[in-house]
Every structure is written in C-alpha cells, then in structure tokens.
Design a protein around this ligand. Structure first.
Ligand code: GDP
Ligand code: MG
Length: 599
C-alpha cells in the first residue's frame, strides 16, 4: 500500500457541535455505508446505551475517498470513544492519528470542551483542521466563530471549511482538506520490526480479546506469533482486519494502517491498552511511547446491591479493564455492604463513568462508597501503613502521624474569574504558589493542595464559578502531614462503615453538620424515627433526626387518585432497586456519595 495515500484522523468537538453528524456525512459521501443502511449518528450506535447485545464496538472505520486530484485515498476515521470530557480516552485515540478535524458550531462558538480537546490534539502533535459547522442556521455567526478560533485557540481559519454537516453543504471541502493538510504516516516502514499500538480492546465471545491497533512500523499477518512488549505474553494471530464499519477480514495489516487483531486471547489480563505489540521473532527493541501509566488517585468501594451478583460483578470488572488501562481493583468487604471491590480511579468522572458502564453493559446494580485518597499512617510503634479505606483507620491512640497526598494544581482560566477562583483554592486549603499570564485572555493559577480537597466537589465548584471555562490539571508532589480525623456516621445508633470518612480537623464539625443534614434529606422516612449522627471517636459532633411517617391519611383514595398513588408506588419501587438495607434502615445509593454534594 502506498503510505502517501493513508490519512489517519479523529473528529473532535464540544458536545453537540456536530461530530457525529459530520461522521455520518463522511461515511455517506465516501459510499462507505450504502444510503439504505444509513442511520443517524451511525458511529454513535455503539455508544454504551446501544452497545449491549452487539459484539462489535466500532472505534475506527476505514473508508476510501476518490479525491479531486484523481487519486484514491484510504482514510481511517478513528472515533474518540467514551464521553467527550473523558479526556484520557480521547487522548489515547488521538495517539493513533496524524490529524484531527475540529468541529465548531457557528451558533455557539468556541466552548470549554473545544479547548480541552484541542490541547489533547496538540499534545499528540496532530495537524488540526478547523471546520465551521451549522452554517445553515440563521443564528450562525461564522465571522465571530472564526475570530474565536484564531484568538482563543490560535489556529488559522483562512481556509476553514464552512459547512452544514446536516445538509452536506461543503462537506467535500473537509474531505479535500484531509487529503491536503493531514500528513501521511511518514514513520511507516514495512521493513522494520513490528510496533503496533493497542488503542482499544474488547472481549468477543468467539474471538476472545479483539484489539484495535495502529501499526507504526512493520506488518502483521494471520499466523504470526505476536508478543506483548509490557509482559512478554505470546499469541498466534488468528485474524486481522479493518472495519468498514462492518468487520472486514484481511490477510495482513501494514505499517501506517489502523485495524484490529485477534489471537484467541482468553487471558484478559495479558492485554493492556497502550501496550505495544511486536513479533516474537525479530522483536522491536523499544516499545512505542504508549500512554503514561496512570496511577489511580481515588479509591472507592463498589458493591453489588444484590450480593448474589458478586461473581458477575467480578467478571464485569475483568472485562471492562480491557478497554480501560487505568482501572485497578481488589476484593474488600464491608459490614454494611457485604462483598465487593475497592476500585482505584483517575478521578471522580472516571469513577462515575466506570460505574455507569458496569451497570449498563453488565446489567448490574451497584453501590459506590465515598471516594478516598490513600493516607499514610505512622503508628506509635513505628510501623507505617497505607489506608485507602477510611473505615480501616486504626484507633487514634495508636497513631503517631497521618500524612495525605498533596498535588500541585494548575488552573487555567479567563482573567475575570481569577478572584473567585483564588477564594475557592483558599477554602480548599490551597497554598498559593504562582499566578501567570498564559496569553491575552487567560491566566494560570498555581497552588499546592491536598488531593482529597479536589475530590470533595472541587470540579463542580470550579466549573460553576468559571461558567465552564476554567480547566485544571494536577500532579502529585508527595505526602504532607495533616491534622486528620476519622468521622463516623451512625444511623439509628449503628455505625455504617461504608459512610466513614477521613477529614481535616478544621472541617470536621462543619462537614459533620452538613453531612447529617444531607443524609436526612436523602434517606426516606420509614415507620420509625431514625437518628443520624456524626461522631469522632465516641463524641457525637452533629445530629439530625429523620421523622417517622405520619399515619397514612390518604389511604381512602378517590378513583382519580388511584392512578397517582400507583405512579408513586412505581416510582418508589424504581428507587428501591438502589436501596441497601443497613440494620433496620433502608439507605439509597445517594447517601454513600452525599459528602460529594455538600454545598
Ligand atoms: P456531537 O455531540 O458533536 O456528536 O453532535 P451531533 O452530531 O449529535 O449533533 C448535535 C445536534 O446538532 C443534532 O441534533 C444534529 O442534528 C444537529 N446538527 C449537527 N450538524 C448540524 C448542521 O450542520 N446544521 C444543523 N442545523 N444542525 C446540525
Ligand atoms: Mg455525538
């Protein structure tokens, strides 16, 4: 294959700016999908919601485009998987591309996620082609949108196609721009030892683990013995191919190409997204840069509501780990919640997405406990232990010192929000380090801060203060001693281990008060009175009471009320699924993460 005819690219955009619609048009205009098979947002058909029951997760599609220069080009359109704001997911797809099409809605202009995605594309050294979309709408302001792209992002928009992904207007210009502007894979060489980046994978009942790969160097064909560079596992390739988007088997994949490989791999643990595949005979010496090994920052206990589903849950975790290099977990148990796993996440969003995927793709009902960081505890006898589950913190008498992870956090924001954001950082125990101008409009705030304070509702506050425009990144800078205490929650006089948390002494009373109040709102009334208490050691620091039901005076219903009552019952039943019986009290899932939603 002539490498000069290959173009590997992604489409990036803020949500709703038209990424999926443009992908549809491109598939249609290149006759990749026959018009009669066309359905809207085809690439989205594999989204979590619609994915169940379909074995093939589509994450890249190969298409052929006959350009105006008379030549035929091979395009690999790599879908950025998962949620748009799920940055490391987007990032790993981009690592398989040479270019990105940046779609900007002309009625909205540049938005927060537009920027975040551009940064990721730049990190991966991609050629970015800005495209102005929705020009068919009367409210489209093409000039202003172009100005924003130039000023905020710094991309030249002179030749930016002005399109309607919906009607197809000027979409051909996008295809031509891909040919003209996105570089072909210049590092592709079939003669060198194989190096293929695994950028996604999934489990197929028949094929075993199927890996989506980008070949940088070398070729791979059926019968080859491959080797995973991170762990040395070896397998014989049973099938290779591309997606068009139907699965198309081929004899061989070449350098520069994007495709899939299966090798009857049943040992899920051998496959890591971000790993490099080489050949057992004549292996490459260096793996591809891959992805930074991401270290989980946040841990949470996850439990099936129905304890009988423990094995299913375990299997689901193993499978989901295939497409998520960042997930780690180990078994744990809780008095309140039974058997589950302590799972490590990159952050709260990661935690939410994984929980959602587990529930949707594996039909599980799960309860997640309040996330925690890893605390380092020095005992009076000199031992040092690490605690990722607050309920396991030893007796205060046995503790000499507790240290917690600190991070250096950089918040990038338009200038007007700097004052309010500095207040936020301070309220989160941030220690000021620096304030710098990034460019004419943006500033960067630099602080050191306990990681735990980022977990407790930092993201939401940051976004609401800055109307979505501020973004942040942080890196660990080690442990520092803090005055920390364990706060327990008692429901009906019984301590609930899954609700225990470690807090800074300074916030203990305030958080105790807020949390008991919040729990009172969340836990439904039952037919007896339930005291909700927060305590440190044996000392109760806050108390609320959930009153018992009143006698049900609405019992004798009129006919018209019956359907209303029925609806109410249905709703309660729906809610019940996520309830966990703790002692005599029924506790909804929300209670376990209530602390994240305090005002
Ligand atoms: P995504 O979230 O970026 O994938 O956005 P979608 O492709 O799902 O588009 C979001 C909405 O905008 C959908 O209702 C589309 O029909 C609509 N849309 C996308 N492109 C255009 C366009 O060029 N013109 C108009 N009028 N609507 C569009
Ligand atoms: Mg979409």
């Amino acid at each position: 294959m002539d490498k000069k005819k290959i173009r590997n690219f992604s489409i990036i955009a803020h949500i709703d700016h038209g990424k999926s619609t443009l992908a549809d048009r491109i598939l249609e205009m290149t006759d990749t999908v026959a018009t009669r098979e066309m359905q809207e947002q085809l690439l989205d058909s594999m989204d979590i919601e619609r994915e169940r029951g379909i074995t093939i997760k589509l994450n890249s599609v190969q298409l052929k485009y006959k350009a105006k220069d008379g030549q035929e080009y091979v395009f690999n359109l790599i879908d950025t998987p998962g949620h748009v704001d799920f940055q490391y997911e987007v990032s790993r797809s981009l690592a398989a591309c040479e270019g990105a099409i940046l779609v900007v809605d002309a009625t909205q202009g540049v938005e927060a996620q537009t920027l975040a995605n551009v940064y990721l594309a730049l990190d991966n050294d991609l050629e970015i082609i800005p495209v102005i979309n929705k020009v068919d709408l009367p409210s489209a302001d093409v000039e202003r949108t172009k100005e924003q792209i130039e000023n905020i992002i710094g991309l030249d928009t002179t030749d930016a196609p002005e399109i309607s992904a919906k009607t197809g207007l000027n979409v051909e210009d996008v295809l031509e721009a891909i040919v003209a502007k996105i570089p072909y894979p210049m590092d592709a060489n079939d003669k060198e030892p194989l190096r293929a980046l695994i950028f996604d994978s999934y489990y197929d009942q028949y094929l075993g683990v199927v890996m989506s790969v980008r070949l940088r160097q070398g070729t791979i064909k059926v019968g080859d013995k491959i080797k995973m560079m991170s762990n040395g596992a070896e397998y014989e390739v049973t099938e290779v191919g591309v997606k068009t988007p139907k699965i198309l088997k081929k004899d061989m994949l070449e350098a520069g190409e994007v495709g899939w490989i299966s090798a009857s791999i049943k040992t899920i643990k051998d496959v890591h997204v971000g790993d490099t595949i080489t050949l057992a005979k004549n292996p490459a010496t260096e793996p591809l840069p891959g992805y930074k090994k991401l270290k989980p920052m946040v841990y949470s206990g996850i439990y099936p509501v129905d304890n009988a589903r423990y094995e299913d849950f375990k299997e689901a975790l193993e499978k989901i780990e295939l497409s998520d290099s960042a997930l780690v977990y180990e078994p744990e148990s809780s008095q309140a919640l039974g058997f589950g796993f302590r799972v490590g996440f990159l952050g709260l969003l990661h935690m939410e997405v994984i929980q959602e995927r587990l529930e949707r793709e594996y039909n599980l009902n799960l309860i997640a406990t309040t996330p925690s960081v890893i605390y380092r505890v020095t005992l009076t006898n000199g031992d040092v232990i690490e605690i990722d589950n607050p309920s396991l913190l030893p007796d205060p008498q046995k503790i000499k010192m507790i240290e917690e992870p600190y991070v250096n956090i950089k918040v990038t924001t338009p200038g007007e929000y700097v004052g309010d954001l500095m207040n936020l950082m301070q309220s989160k125990l941030g220690v000021y380090r620096d304030l710098v101008y990034v460019d004419d409009t943006r500033m960067e705030l630099v602080y050191d801060m306990p990681l735990a304070e980022i977990i407790f509702d930092f993201f939401n506050k940051l976004k609401s203060i800055s109307h979505g425009y501020a973004s942040f990144e942080y890196e660990p800078i080690g442990y520092q001693e803090s005055k920390l205490v364990k706060m327990d929650i008692l429901l009906n006089g019984e301590m609930v281990d899954a609700l225990s948390m470690i807090v800074n002494n300074q916030f203990a009373y305030e958080r105790g008060r807020e949390l008991t109040k919040k729990l009172k709102e969340i836990i439904p009334r039952q037919n007896f009175e339930i005291p909700v208490q927060a305590s440190i050691g044996n000392k109760v620091i806050a108390r609320e009471t959930i009153k018992a039901y009143r006698k049900d005076v609405t019992w004798k219903l009129h006919a018209a009320d019956i359907s209303r009552k029925k609806k109410l019952l249905e709703k309660q039943k729906e809610g019940k699924k996520r309830m966990k019986q703790i002692g005599r009290v029924e506790v909804p899932q929300d209670a376990f993460v209530a602390v994240l939603k305090l005002d």
